[in-house]
Each structure stands twice: as C-alpha cells, then as structure tokens.
Design a protein. Sequence first.
Length: 62
Amino acid sequence: MRREDTLPPSRDLTFVTRNKTESLLLKEFISFVLQKQAQSQLLENGYVPLSATLINEELNKL
C-alpha cells in the first residue's frame, strides 16, 4: 500500500491580504489562528496544522 493511500485528505489554509497588515484586528485574528488551540480546531476540519517553526516565522511577519 502506498503512503498517500493511508493519509486522510488535507489542505492548507492561506490568508491573502490587500495592502499592509497594519490593522490591529487583522493581526489579532492571524495571531489567534496561529495559536495551538486554533491549530487543533483547524486539524479537526481537514486543514494541516503548522509546525512550531512555521508558526514562529508567521508571527514574526506581523
């Protein structure tokens, strides 16, 4: 059996923003999505959670 036959379907969740991300509300939302609790909720809905390294990289972009 091939490895891809045993993995459940999953997808990335990507946010695209216009202009600069200077909105406090936008920053807070993205920070929330990157929290461990929110990452587990994403997993339950078929999205791939990010590794701790990627979460830190994304937080540093804010």
